[in-house]
Design a protein around this ligand. Sequence first.
Ligand SMILES: [Zn+2]
Length: 366
Amino acid sequence: MLIDKPAAMPHQPETLLHYPLDNALPAPSEAIEVAPGVKWLRMALPFALDHINLWLLRDQLEDEYGKLRDGWTIVDCCVNRSEARAQWEQIFANELDGLPVLRVIVTHMHPDHIGLAGWLCRHWTAPLWISATDYNAARVAMADKDSFGGESGADFYQLHGQHDEAFLGHVRGRGNYYSSLVSPLPTAYHRLLDGSALEIGGRSWHCIAGYGHAPEHMALHCLELNLLISGDMVLPRISANVSVHATEPEANPLQLFMDSLQRYFALPADTYVLPSHGKPFIGLHERIQQLLDHHHERLDDIMQAAQSQALSAADTLPILFKRQLDVHQMTFAMGEALAHLHYLWFGKRLQRRMDEQGVFHFSLPI
Ligand SMILES: [Zn+2]
């Protein structure tokens, strides 16, 4: 749901991708330089998806008095827990060359990315840079205890055929889940827009908006360095969760996600991709195609099953997910199942009807 847990695992082997650093990974309190002035950090996450990649960019920014200050821009932050804060303290000591953090960029509002943004901004008196949509969605999620769970969440899953009491109890109880992982956010921010050009360390980086995974995800592309900080939009091993949520029950996020992926074909094929999970890789175009193929295969699986019966979202879980799902994974799985069903419904390949028990079913159009 909010964490990028892979609801659907891919499929294609990684043989088409090239990992320039092979199996090298940054040690917990150290960074690996991946390009001039660009450092890779890796922090542990308390989820099945057990790590996140964060980036340090050597930078220079003008202060209020017009004086240039040397320092660093951070891209993404990890979740708000003591282990991550301690790891950051070690990074400050080991990797900043005695310089300050000048700003904090967040690709999107999921807790593993934005969790420590407020803490970092306060620690360094540094501004937050993020899309307006994700900033505001994060503020709402912090304030509204039921925004990603509670009764409305449980009602939503029942509408889609999920009546498992253990699961519904889990959903009802997860009202403060988001705020438990995210440090209070700064009350002001710098807005990132699609196409925004940022000067970071004397080089130009462009924002590329992506939809379907988060409200308005921002990837960062530097043509001069041939680098893409892809956030969660393009990952090498897993496909990012694409979910319909109770707060926008008739959304079509898979269409948005696949349309957004297509835009990365415009970048050079040999772009060095710095993803939020997994290892930096080359093979952007191949990976986009794999992700698109993966979703089309799942859509075909659903269409195949729909030939013989009308399907609720709960009915499609064994079609889409071959492994046993625990209650936590079920949230992602239901959201992902609905994203695929809605894609087919919006494309008029399936129709949606409510049955007498008040459950939505998707079936071949009559
Ligand atoms: Zn995410």
